[in-house]
Design a protein around this ligand. Structure first.
Ligand code: URA
Length: 241
């Protein structure tokens, strides 16, 4: 349930303030009844009319995709490469939350709700993202220690919330590292390792905030539950306190 003036404003016909005026001026009907109380709670499925005309409300959609390799997360691509948005069957104009590189795989959230996207992208909310990184070496203790203490990228000191070595392949001289960070700098994981002349061979995002890949295979997606959407909006309530 949401406040009537907010829902009217979401339809794009006017601002919230103007919607309040419309309500006071008795120009708004909810399910055929004139409503004059500001803050009346309504559902998006309610029939809402302004001056006798039914308003159309944008329905928000939220998806969690297991991004395959070889897809861009931008909604337009000059080179006409495959786009993640085309993997999701919807008519809504959805966009990805944050970025993943063309060859990075794993967890990607998408929505047409700008506020939801802002909450998850805003640096002050310190949303933790976890990655599995396959590198072309066996990480020595000294480098691990340096990464733990922070790597400077674009004048930001990136201090991982967590980093540990998950697997070592001595024969192939590769290892898999799990790293959790809160920043959202371009190519940050690759650049952290590049600082030590280490190449990232594979990169997969496995977690973001409360979300994980669950049983989704590459290219598969699911809708978020209302409970999950609410949990993201909880972050905003906490940060506004
Ligand atoms: N860091 C990277 O380097 N690439 C990604 O796709 C995500 C994080």
């Amino acid at each position: 349930m949401e406040r009537l003036q907010k829902v009217i404003a979401l339809s794009g016909i006017c601002s919230r303030r103007e919607a309040e005026k419309l309500i006071i001026e008795r120009r708004v009907k909810v399910n055929n009844e004139v409503v004059t109380t500001l803050g009346t709670k309504v559902n998006r499925d309610d029939k809402i009319e302004v001056d006798g005309k039914k308003i159309k409300i944008k329905k928000f959609e939220y998806y969690l995709l297991n991004k395959p390799r070889g897809y861009v997360t931008t909604t337009h691509d000059e080179k006409d490469r495959n786009k993640v948005v085309d993997l999701i069957k919807t008519n809504a104009r959805i966009y990805p939350i944050g970025r993943l590189d063309y060859n990075t795989t794993g967890l990607l959230l998408l929505t047409n709700d700008g506020e939801f996207k802002n909450i998850l992208e805003h640096p002050s909310n310190n949303i933790i993202k976890t990655y599995l990184v396959k590198i072309n070496t066996i990480l020595d203790k000294n480098t691990l220690f340096k990464i733990k203490n922070g790597v400077k990228l674009d004048n930001h000191l990136i201090v991982p919330k967590k980093i540990n070595v998950k697997k070592i392949d001595k024969d192939k001289n590769t290892s898999i590292i799990e790293i959790s960070i809160t920043e959202g700098i371009n190519h940050e994981i690759k650049r952290i390792f590049e600082t030590f002349n280490i190449d990232v061979l594979k990169l997969k995002r496995t977690k973001q905030y409360i979300f994980n890949l669950g049983k989704l295979n590459s290219g598969e997606y699911r809708k978020l539950t209302q409970d999950e959407v609410n949990k993201v909006y909880e972050i905003k309530k906490i940060s506004n306190r």
